[in-house]
Design a protein around this ligand. Structure first.
Ligand code: HEC
Ligand code: HEC
Ligand code: HEC
Ligand code: HEC
Ligand code: HEC
Ligand code: HEC
Length: 509
């Protein structure tokens, strides 16, 4: 066989290397075609197509180069030329060999394509997204699996379709792989995501913003702390609204914030919690610029921080990864009867053991059991006999809440991830609606308790129910003067670390 290649290219090592490179190249083409037809595929798929297989290809090429270099050295030290075997297709043995080799190569290519296709399928799955790099993704995956969006794939919100986001996600996917391999990921994972895809291209694929949601009844049951708890109930009629002027009613939260007005704002912190400047542009072109009387926006701030157009994520920032505050989970379990409300201090004891820091999840489960048992044994020794089953149930329920909401390995819990819907534990709506954002003409962003929801009914256990369609005046469960009106709810309900313990102090202290 005659060859036009320089003689030094023809040697076993170079041929092996070149074959590896060639097969990898074909696999890359195959994967690229797959990706083209399914652009919403997993970002980790891209790692295979654009990182792993290409590195195999590069190693193939490197081996080939080593072969060439060795040949040159052989020549320099005067070893005789290497003669490649002569291939003669008239020779039956050569023919068999050629068929075997060709068949083998074809099979190899087919199998590696099939293998990469399988890998592709696996990487597409949410299980992969959530569990392949177990430690860093565990909190997000667990919370997601318990959320209303548990059946919506990770990629539907995090990638969506389209070539530009596809490439962006490949790049960040490769970076994430590096971060996991070299243990460089932050604990907890940063939030908000800097370049999360705009909601129009993700959420709005399933939720049509102009769809009118009418009002939504949110019923809450609470239990006060103390030996003997008082149960109380609150019904909030959320004025979600929305709408399309041509097609029907247009009002409510979604209308004001998302459709009827274009709201833009500047936040001065990474978490988008401090918002000194807000602007709304109405459909008739009226513009209001609201400035906080608490914190002024300096020229340096506005130069440094981008103006952001408000979209779904600015309110619904935890649609899939919800870490619940312990008081909320415990109230809920007590209302269901899973935690017996007649157990003394059931509320504060549960909240206290959940909020105690533990080194890891196993230690947490053991310590929760120990602490609850010890508390009842030393304060109410007779209770084991009469309420043993209820105490044991309380322990399992509290352990389950811990597993779903606290992840010590990732330093992750509800406090680390502000939830912007509501205003009880984080500023949420009160980032702007704190009654302190004032426009040029004196208009104030409303903090009226019946602006966003009507407080339909409120009832304390031994009182009669107070009820009104337009909303009743809110009554705070414990007397805090008018602090609940003058300061933000989160100042007491999720106080900064230095002031902690005001709420949720251990029972009996
Ligand atoms: C319904 C849409 C949706 C789905 C489905 C979803 N996410 Fe998210 N995810 C979000 C939003 C919204 C954020 C917060 C964005 C922000 O605040 O900037 C987020 C944040 C994250 C973060 C950053 C840390 C944090 O908690 O804020 C990670 C990591 C993450 N998601 C991983 C996943 C994984 C893994 C899956 C699938 C198992 C998944 N997500 C499914 C919408 C979704
Ligand atoms: C692939 C479709 C899909 C996408 C994308 C999606 N959602 Fe949903 N969403 C759903 C479905 C389905 C439900 C209803 C779940 C149920 O009722 O069990 C839902 C429910 C909700 C709810 C009501 C939850 C509750 O507590 O009842 C909110 C709020 C919501 N989605 C917001 C969002 C936001 C914000 C995004 C973008 C980050 C988003 N969704 C993206 C399909 C989707
Ligand atoms: C100004 C804040 C805000 C913005 C912006 C916003 N929402 Fe909402 N949305 C709310 C509130 C508040 C509720 C009532 C939630 C509750 O109390 O459970 C709600 C409810 C919903 C629900 C549930 C309705 C139901 O009947 O359960 C869906 C779905 C939803 N929003 C989707 C979206 C989508 C999609 C976008 C973006 C186009 C969006 N929202 C933008 C505040 C907002
Ligand atoms: C980034 C600032 C910002 C945040 C955060 C915010 N809003 Fe608003 N909101 C505005 C602005 C600005 C207007 C006024 C629009 C105008 O000028 O008419 C408004 C108006 C409203 C209105 C109409 C009130 C009225 O009296 O006409 C409702 C209802 C509302 N918002 C609900 C919410 C809810 C619920 C949340 C939290 C989930 C929220 N907003 C969070 C900026 C914000
Ligand atoms: C800017 C809109 C807005 C204003 C103003 C507002 N709220 Fe709310 N409120 C919300 C939203 C949104 C939620 C979340 C509902 C949910 O959890 O589904 C909420 C939830 C609540 C809850 C239940 C908290 C929980 O997590 O258990 C209480 C109590 C409450 N509001 C009381 C008040 C009182 C009292 C005022 C007046 C000082 C007020 N709200 C003003 C939007 C508002
Ligand atoms: C000055 C501090 C303070 C402020 C401000 C405050 N609260 Fe409270 N709140 C308390 C205390 C103390 C309790 C009792 C906690 C307990 O019983 O364990 C409480 C209890 C509650 C509960 C019952 C909680 C549970 O887990 O059962 C709700 C709901 C509540 N407050 C709503 C609000 C709302 C809404 C606001 C803002 C409009 C607000 N609070 C502002 C101090 C405050």
């Amino acid at each position: 066989m005659r060859t036009r290649l320089p003689p030094s290219f023809v040697n076993p090592i170079t041929i092996v290397g070149a074959s590896i490179a060639a097969v990898s190249f074909i696999v890359i083409i195959f994967l690229a075609v797959l990706e083209y037809f399914d652009p919403a595929g997993s970002p980790y798929m891209g790692i295979l197509a654009f990182v792993i297989v290409p590195s195999i290809m590069l190693s193939g090429l490197a081996i080939a180069v080593v072969g060439i270099w060795r040949e040159h050295r052989r020549n320099r030290i005067g070893k005789p030329d290497r003669h490649m075997p002569i291939l003669d297709l008239n020779n039956p043995r050569h023919r068999t060999a050629v068929s075997l080799v060709s068949f083998g190569s074809l099979a190899l290519i087919l199998f590696s394509s099939f293998g990469s296709f399988k890998a592709y399928e696996a990487m597409e799955s949410d299980k992969f997204c959530g569990t392949s790099c177990h430690t860093p993704m565990e909190p997000e995956y667990t919370a997601y699996s318990n959320s209303p969006h548990a059946r919506v794939g990770c990629v539907k919100c995090h990638i969506g379709s389209g070539a530009d986001w596809f490439v962006k996600s490949k790049l960040s996917g490769s970076y994430q792989l590096y971060a996991v391999l070299f243990n460089k990921f932050p604990r907890p994972i940063h939030t908000p995501i800097k370049n999360l895809r705009p909601a129009q291209q993700t959420c709005e694929q399933c939720h049509w913003p102009k769809q009118f949601y009418s009002e939504k009844l949110v019923s809450k049951t609470y239990y006060t702390s103390g030996d003997k708890t008082v149960k109380w109930k609150l019904d909030l009629l959320m004025k979600v609204g929305g709408g399309n002027v041509e097609a029907g009613p247009a009002s409510g939260i979604h209308w004001h914030m998302n459709i009827g007005n274009k709201v833009t704002y500047i936040a001065t912190d990474e978490g988008r919690q401090v918002i000194p400047w807000v602007r709304s542009e109405g459909p008739d072109g009226t513009v209001h610029t609201y400035r906080s009387t608490d914190s002024a926006l300096t020229a340096a701030d506005s130069a440094k921080n981008p103006t952001r157009r408000m979209d779904c994520i600015d309110c619904h920032n935890r649609p899939a990864h919800i870490y619940r505050p312990p008081t909320r989970s415990v109230n809920h379990l007590m209302a269901l009867g899973s935690i017996d409300p007649t157990l003394p201090s059931a509320k504060d004891l549960s909240v206290f053991v959940l909020e105690t820091p533990y080194s890891d999840s196993t230690a947490a489960a053991d310590s929760i059991k120990l602490a609850i048992n010890e508390y009842y044994a030393s304060n109410f020794p007779a209770l084991r006999q009469t309420k043993g089953k209820e105490i044991d149930r309380m322990i399992t329920e509290v352990q389950a809440v811990y597993r779903k909401n606290y992840f010590p390995a990732m330093n992750t819990n509800w406090k680390r991830f502000p939830d912007n819907i509501g205003h009880m534990y984080f500023l949420g709506c009160f980032r702007c609606h704190d009654g302190k954002h004032v426009a040029e003409d004196g208009k104030v962003l409303s903090k009226d308790c019946n602006a966003c929801h009507a407080i339909l009914a409120q009832q304390f256990e031994h009182d009669s129910v107070r009820i009104a369609l337009k909303g009743v005046k809110y009554q705070h469960p414990v007397d805090v003067g008018d602090a609940w009106q003058t300061s933000n709810c989160s100042e007491c309900h999720n106080p900064p670390a230095s002031k902690e313990r005001a709420l949720g102090t251990p029972p009996g202290h």
